[in-house]
Design a protein around this ligand. Sequence first.
Ligand code: SF4
Length: 294
Amino acid sequence: MIPLRYEGDIYRPPSEAGSLILQATIGCSHNRCTFCGMYKKKKFRIRSLEEIEQEIKYVSRFMPRTRRVFLADGNALVIPSEKLLQILQALDGAFPNLERVSVYGNPQDLLEKTSEELVELKNHKLGIIYLGLETGSAAVLRDIKKDVTPEEIIKGAAKAKKAGVPLSITVLNGLAGLEGSENHARETARVLNQIDPEYLGLLSLIPVPGTTTYRHFKQGKLTSLNPWQLLEEIKMMVEGLELTECVFRANHASNYMPMKAILSRDRETLLKELNQVLIRKAPGSLKSEFLRGL
Ligand code: SF4
């Protein structure tokens, strides 16, 4: 039996704070996005089933009541379905109270899986997929080297929806700079409307030193948005959204103004609040710079 051990820095969505984190993959299989420095130091690999099963066995002795598990790293959804199913079965066997297993996934990972495979994974407690949309703009997706088109993202997301696996989509406020802000907001709303996710998380871009995006801002190829312009961009995106039951959260440390809403119910209230803040522009309504961080 081997103890639970982590390789390098571990990242997880804020909503997985209470989950057991198990590293099923090391790094991100894509690892090319120009704004992302999370897995640059890691060479991607999928861990062996034997290693994962041993760790599950080990943790189950100390945390037998585990209800939620998050499979790290960058995109554990890339694991071939048969193996992912075996991991889910091992988790279910080890934790009698297990309710849900979640993963980060890329649109490409969803496109690789068949609808039948996704249904099977769902039936074995794959309960949420965190999908980084970042933007709905085709041009920005190209610039950030996401290597996927908006239409492919919509197609991949539709497969998850059809299989009944809830999606939590992440969007990056400020990603396109001031130059591309309007297009980023409007196209992101357009793509989100077609996906109609269960959850939408908004983060504000904080360029990471060492990344291409950071260089582009430093060299003046992109202009940073000030806090009010970031809020304008959010307002523009929210104005374009027509989602059914989406839980919207912008409560990440990077955001200047924490927001939480069920969009079908609270959209108008949220827009009203944003308008008021943007009219008054009172510095007190923004989070202090030193409290922002990733
Ligand atoms: S943003 Fe996601 S897909 Fe892109 S490199 Fe980072 S972890 Fe990988």
